[in-house]
Design a protein around this ligand. Structure first.
Ligand code: CA
Ligand code: CA
Length: 103
């Protein structure tokens, strides 16, 4: 995704299937690990959205999340997957001089 995208952007969709039936196969998604609170995931659909405007950081152009899929069985079973979101730069900064005046 590109930086400065409006909040509410659907970044990508995660999907897990479960070979059981009924509640034992009903999958609920959550973010197990996120380096920022700028993302959230729909528990039902697995779609990851932004809730903030992200800016490009050259030291961290890729943000790695961990998504957990958990069924509703008792006891419930879960799996995790790594999700990497690459932030693309937009040209939104003009060059800056390091001094106001050079003599
Ligand atoms: Ca299951
Ligand atoms: Ca930029």
């Amino acid at each position: 995704m590109i930086e400065l995208t409006e909040p509410g952007y659907a970044v990508l969709s995660i999907n897990a299937t479960d070979a059981d039936k009924g509640d034992n196969a009903r999958v609920r998604y959550s973010l197990a690990i996120s380096p920022t609170d700028a993302f959230y995931i729909s528990e039902e659909t697995g779609v990851i959205y932004t809730n903030q405007t992200l800016t490009f950081n050259p030291r961290q152009p890729v943000l790695q999340l961990v998504v957990k899929a958990e069924d509703r069985g008792r006891p419930s079973l879960s799996s995790v997957v790594a999700v990497r979101i690459q932030i693309a730069d937009v040209n939104n900064n003009a060059p800056k001089f390091s001094q106001d005046v050079y003599t």
